[in-house]
Write a protein that binds this ligand. Structure first.
Ligand SMILES: Cc1cc2nc3c(=O)[nH]c(=O)nc-3n(C[C@H](O)[C@H](O)[C@H](O)COP(=O)(O)OP(=O)(O)OC[C@H]3O[C@@H](n4cnc5c(N)ncnc54)[C@H](O)[C@@H]3O)c2cc1C
Length: 327
């Protein structure tokens, strides 16, 4: 049996940040992830400045590329607006591995299947034992399944279905484009150039609403690709999009059950307006670590529910419209 004070299940941004913060606070955690890193993670990799500050990243020291966008090209119906923003984009395949290494945690490649609570301890697959258990295994996290599912059931109306493809491409347009309300998609589509000739394309939306429209995310992807070709943003690519589902934040904040915690996508923390999950994953990792070390309740109060404040975004959209800052 391998013993640790804290075991974190999942080495994505939530899990690695939690282990990194625990180490800063004096506790060595063990991370279990079913995949060896670097591993593919479907994600546009779009992050807000507070992710950089929460993670204490000095951009010049980051060994991979971070792209900064000072505006988005937002397409709503036939209007193309230029919205000023302050956003960054990373590649998850690079970012997650770097965060995991930087955490300084001991990492085991192990797919967690069974977890039991025995007295003060959590026993995982009869191989690992810990006093504190952190579930950071994403949508299908076994810690969520075992200790949280009953009191915090997933809300199907908050489930996001997505299809995405990231690939090497000699793109000519370095702007980040977002399309809303296109082809009746209850969500949005994106074109995110990641620097160094890597492009990320995707569509995502409320799974239940797509189904209610007798539509599929695959149809939406096919429509999107045709539009990109019409706009000459991509040509001659053999697309192989992959799908994933995750959940937006609900109002149920049951994320601590005794000495077991859920963070990131395992807790369903992605923002309600944009489905941004990296920021909430990172922040929840930090807060869970502080809760463990300082023996205080784990609260989601400092994790925002929306990426943009409504008045702020409405103001930007209105201003862009009035100043005719569209093509
Ligand atoms: C198509 C798409 C685009 C997105 N774009 C953005 C974006 O641009 N910006 C943004 O902020 N968010 C975006 N998101 C959301 C974001 O990707 C997630 O919210 C974020 O990855 C959550 O991080 P996490 O650490 O909680 O989970 P994950 O990154 O999913 O990490 C979970 C880890 O747990 C491991 N694991 C799972 N099960 C087990 C098990 N049984 N045993 C051991 N290990 C296990 C997995 O291998 C994985 O490494 C997007 C999501 C999708 C699907």
């Amino acid at each position: 049996m391998v013993r640790a004070e804290v075991i974190v299940v999942g080495g994505g941004p939530a899990g690695s940040t939690c282990a990194w913060k625990l180490k800063q606070l004096g506790i060595d955690a063990l991370i279990l992830d079913k995949k060896p890193f670097p591993r593919l993670k479907l994600c546009a990799g779009w992050i807000q400045p507070e992710v950089i500050s929460d993670l204490e990243i000095e951009i010049d020291d980051y060994p991979h590329r971070i792209v900064r966008f000072d505006r988005f090209r937002v397409h709503i119906k036939n209007k193309n607006l230029k919205i000023p923003v302050n956003q960054y984009a990373i590649r998850r395949i690079e970012f997650d591995e770097w965060l995991l290494q930087r955490s300084g945690a001991d990492v085991h490649t192990h797919e967690v299947k069974n977890i039991e609570q025995r007295g003060e301890f959590y026993v995982i697959d009869e191989k690992f034992e810990c006093r504190y258990l952190v579930g950071a295994g994403g949508t299908y996290c076994p810690v969520y399944r075992t200790f949280f599912k009953e009191k915090k059931p997933r809300r199907k109306n908050l489930m996001i279905a997505s299809l995405e493809h990231e690939f090497a491409y000699d793109y000519q347009d370095e702007n980040c484009h977002l399309w809303f309300v296109q082809n009746n998609l209850p969500g949005y589509s994106w074109y995110v150039p990641k620097g160094n000739g890597v492009l990320n394309l995707g569509v995502g939306g409320y799974a239940e609403k797509i189904k209610a429209n007798r539509d599929t995310i695959k149809n939406q992807w096919e429509f999107f690709v045709k539009e990109l070709k019409k706009l000459n943003l991509v040509q001659k690519v053999d697309f192989e999009p992959k799908g994933y589902v995750y959940f937006l934040r609900d109002d149920n904040d049951f994320v601590q059950n005794g000495r077991a915690y859920v963070i990131g996508d395992a807790a369903g923390l992605a923002t309600r307006d944009m489905g941004e999950g990296i920021g909430p994953a990172v922040r929840s990792g930090i807060l869970a670590a502080e809760s463990i070390v300082q023996k205080k309740p784990f609260s989601l109060k400092r994790i925002k529910k929306n990426s943009f404040s409504k008045p702020g975004m409405l103001y930007k959209l209105g201003r862009a419209y009035l100043l005719r800052s569209y093509d």
